[in-house]
Write a protein that binds this ligand. Structure first.
Ligand SMILES: Nc1ncnc2c1ncn2[C@@H]1O[C@H](COP(=O)(O)OP(=O)(O)OP(=O)(O)O)[C@@H](O)[C@H]1O
Ligand SMILES: CCCC(=O)O
Length: 357
């Protein structure tokens, strides 16, 4: 089976072709900040990115002939994880999503190409995957229900990989997965369902390279009404220019670790503070699993860094077995999901929004 995978990110559009589970081609089309500056809304990038995808396929001599096309799920309404056939509702919700995210472009693009060649188009485990326990939905303010927004695709893929490595099914295990990337999410997987997680886009949980985590609410409200900042600027403080970037002027953990090793006290202090917030979130998710966690999986780009992993281990050693699966394989996970459906091994989900009120 031949599968095209489309994964638009903030600075690149990643593409790959799989023959069954074997990746036979991949390309990451880089979009410079200068090129993107002319677009005022993510939807305006659709045609530009679509042309880049067609161009990349043409340059590689790959004909538009696939058994399925799968895109990364975007900021849909809350929905359980799994594989979804792209339909009009999905495309409508992504086009009108309240949060702009490059992944919102994947499904409309996958569906447009698929309808031209007459193959099915899918998304899988979108970032809005919502399997929260009811008890986890309460924030303390009825108008502000908690929402599940996290690195669902990679967190589930590494969980399945770990389960397979110990000859178990993912659905048999209780896992805490800390995805340590530009954003950080720490999710509690109870027998295959993500029953709690910090909302990694909206100022909840640990702070990360580019995002503020949970912040003192009253002080934030005061800042909002101080007249010093626009709403957009405050949003950027929470997501985009928060976290390590706000404290140290970079999102690059490798560079920060080099500064730490060179004796820079401020870099050490801030990095340790970030790790501390991650450790506390891991502790909270361990409790969400009733203190019974089969393994804590550390994944995402930062998990490549042995020094950061050692700092984290100091806090969480003893809670459960720690497994490090660095980086991410979203492209492989998407291909695996499409193949699973084509072979009838995975069910197709129906996209219906959860009433999160
Ligand atoms: N090999 C590596 N060693 C150490 N740190 C790394 C390595 N690769 C990436 N990182 C760090 O990981 C962070 C980015 O992680 P990643 O690439 O997973 O993020 P992203 O894909 O941009 O965002 P997200 O994972 O939230 O979607 C950066 O701080 C980067 O410095
Ligand atoms: C919240 C998951 C996706 C991202 O970090 O952008």
């Amino acid at each position: 089976m031949k599968i095209l995978v489309i994964n638009p990110g903030s600075t690149s559009t990643k593409l790959a072709v799989y023959e069954d589970l074997e990746q036979v081609w991949r390309e990451s089309v880089f979009h410079s900040a200068k090129e993107l500056a002319r677009f005022h809304h993510i939807n305006e990038q659709y045609e530009y990115r679509r042309m880049h995808v067609l161009d990349a396929l043409q340059r590689a001599g790959i004909p538009m002939a696939f058994d399925a096309i799968i895109g990364r799920g975007g900021l849909l309404r809350p929905t359980p994880g799994g594989v979804y056939q792209i339909n009009e509702q999905i495309k409508y919700d992504l086009w009108h999503a309240s949060v702009e995210h490059a992944s919102n472009l994947a499904a409309p693009m996958a569906d447009e190409f698929a309808s031209q060649i007459g193959c099915p188009s899918f998304i899988a485990d979108p970032v809005v995957t919502d399997e929260l326990r009811d008890v986890a939905r309460f924030s303390g303010i009825p108008e502000i229900p908690r929402q599940s927004v996290f690195h669902a695709l990679n967190s589930r893929a590494v969980s399945r990989r770990y389960a397979a490595s110990i000859q178990k099914h993912y659905e048999e295990l209780d896992l805490v997965v800390a995805h340590l990337g530009g954003g950080i999410s720490v999710s509690a997987h109870r027998h295959g369902k993500v029953v709690d997680v910090n909302n990694a886009l909206d100022g909840e949980g640990p702070f990360s390279p580019e995002r503020a985590g949970t912040i003192p609410a009253r002080q934030l409200v005061d800042l909002c009404f101080s007249g010093k900042y626009t709403q957009k600027e405050i949003h950027k403080m929470l997501n985009g220019r928060g976290g390590l970037l706000a404290y140290l002027g970079t999102t690059d953990v490798q560079t920060i670790v080099r500064w730490v090793h060179a004796g820079n006290v401020r870099h050490k202090q801030v990095l340790e503070a970030m790790v501390y917030t991650v450790a506390k979130q891991i502790g909270a998710m361990h409790v969400a699993l009733h203190g019974h966690t089969d393994a804590i999986i550390l994944t995402g780009g930062i998990a490549h860094n042995a020094y950061v992993v050692s700092l984290l281990r100091e806090w969480i050693e003893g809670l459960a077995r720690i497994v490090v699966i660095p980086g991410e394989d979203e492209m492989g996970a998407l291909a695996m999901n499409a193949l699973g459906v084509l072979k009838g091994e995975l069910p197709l989900q129906k996209y219906e929004a959860i009433d999160n009120g």
